[in-house]
Design a protein around this ligand. Structure first.
Ligand code: BTN
Length: 283
């Protein structure tokens, strides 16, 4: 973490967080500059930290203090990276991208943000690496049978009643990003390409794609985002899935998503909406 500034003036969130950002590394700064205004609301808004507990937690503090939409918090390492469903997200230094965005979306688009984010990270990784990631509901990013990236969207509000969504994403750049015991379930860009990638380019393309898909949602173009999700998830639709609900395991055939981002699963001739949690592939 940077030097403590508790007695130094600055934005109010800086006092709460207690550390100043570090200089943005040159490779990242160059790639972001190259993307220019394709970064939309994220243009010129990135704060870089060498190490934080969790970029989502830091972005949430900033959002609660009223920072504007579009702030980006990125770190070289996280000491308490968090995943979905209370899991941890391994975040060793330099092995992954660990990034969180402050969004202040119209309330109508909130249910689809997590879907749009999955599409955008897949789009961004593809633009930077030519890999062709697929999506597993709701927004896990896979290459073949292994997970490459994950997304954690968390909502909140502040005393002034300004609501926000913190959209965090982690992308495995190097095989060192995840513990050896998950090698059969996780992958990295390095593993898939057989060489390291340009992390700045991956970050810039992901932010550009997030800007694009988020602005589409805000313009009321949800259908284009859903269509893109279906294309990226097509290999997984029609498969048998299992999930846990009310203390029981349920099973059915994954069909589609609806306009609120729920997974529609056919079970014994009826369609069931799965709105949270995780599904497991059975075949
Ligand atoms: C998942 O479980 O698939 C979601 C993983 C999300 C990890 C990212 S890394 C940046 C941000 N900060 C966190 O603590 N988590 C998210």
């Amino acid at each position: 973490m940077g030097k403590h500034v508790l007695r130094v003036s600055g934005p109010p969130w800086l006092v709460t967080v207690g550390s100043r950002p570090n200089p943005v590394p040159e490779d990242i700064a160059e790639a972001l500059a190259g993307a220019g205004h394709r970064l939309g609301p994220f243009t010129g808004r990135l704060s870089w930290y060498e190490e934080v507990p969790s970029t989502n937690d830091l972005a949430a503090v900033m959002a609660e203090h009223g920072v504007a939409e579009g702030c980006v918090v990125a770190a070289n390492a996280q000491t308490s990276g968090r995943g979905r469903l209370g899991r941890t997200w391994a975040s060793p230094a330099g092995a992954g991208l660990y990034v969180s965005l402050v969004l202040r979306p119209d309330s109508g688009v909130v249910p689809l943000i997590t879907i749009a984010a999955g599409v955008a990270i897949a789009d961004g990784v593809q633009a930077a690496t030519a890999l062709s990631p697929r999506l597993k509901w709701p927004n896990d990013v896979y290459v073949g049978p292994r997970k490459l990236a994950g997304i954690l969207a968390e909502g909140g509000g502040s005393a002034g009643g300004m609501h926000h969504v913190i959209l965090g994403f982690g992308i495995n750049l190097l095989r060192a990003a995840y513990p050896p015991d998950v090698v059969d379930r996780a992958t990295s860009i390095e593993c898939e390409l057989g060489r390291p990638c340009d992390r700045g380019l991956v970050l810039a393309e992901c932010l550009a794609a997030l800007a694009d898909r988020y602005m589409a949602l805000q313009r009321g173009e949800a259908e284009t985002v859903m269509l893109a999700w279906r294309t990226r998830a097509a290999v997984n639709l029609g498969r048998i899935v299992e999930w846990d609900a009310d203390g029981a395991t349920r099973r059915g055939i994954a069909q589609d998503i609806d306009s609120r981002g729920a997974l529609l699963v056919r079970v014994d001739g009826a369609v069931v909406r799965v709105i949270s949690g995780e599904v497991r592939w059975v075949s």
